[in-house]
Design a protein around this ligand. Sequence first.
Ligand code: PLP
Length: 233
Amino acid sequence: MSTLELNYQNVLQRLQLACSQNNRPAQSVRLLAVSKTKPAAMVEAVYALGQRSFGENYLQDGMDKITALSHLTDIEWHFIGPLQSNKTRPVAEHFQWVETVDRDKIARRLSEQRPATLPALNVLVQVNISAEEQKAGVLPAQAHALCTLVSELPNLCLRGLMCIPEATDNEERLRTQLEAMQALYQQLAAEFPAMDTLSMGMSGDLELAIACGSSEIRIGTDIFGARDYPANN
Ligand SMILES: *Cc1c(COP(=O)(O)O)cnc(C)c1O
């Protein structure tokens, strides 16, 4: 088995174990393979193992892979990076999901630019659950207003919430944030029936995220190995 395959099977096992420890079916958590900065050949190798959903942070890097792998017709691309309003068009045209919508202007542009020939673009509203100053995402108190807008825009489908909690070794702090996110998600999902996705959990905290109700974990390093340049620009 290749290192890539070993890594991938190991992540799947961690996902399954965390689900069973929390009495959740393994199918209740989607694995998003975060392939940012990694070559198309590695994406294709993981696809060959059965993986279909891939996450990209950087627009050009992602677009290069979408183009190179256009023969994989059932692959699903999620944009998970910071999104500037002048860069929304390629995302609206080439991705199936955007997980980092955090303001009205971005939501409106994505809806306007989504081609009529494609299904609605799946959207997660990014929440700054740790309320850190320079961090992307709406504050929890603003999430309802943005979810309302996204749910009303014609070419978007509001699928749920996403967060990147504080980078901390303090498990209690982390748990507090993930639980706050779960509570916010449950409250909003009761009002917006298309919501089915709570995206939280990365290589270091997937078990805790699944214990706190995550339905999508975003795993880069533990599948593809360390990256040469930083995770977030
Ligand atoms: C890079 C990244 C990930 C994956 O992080 P790893 O620690 O490498 O698993 C998940 N989510 C977002 C938004 C990222 O930018």
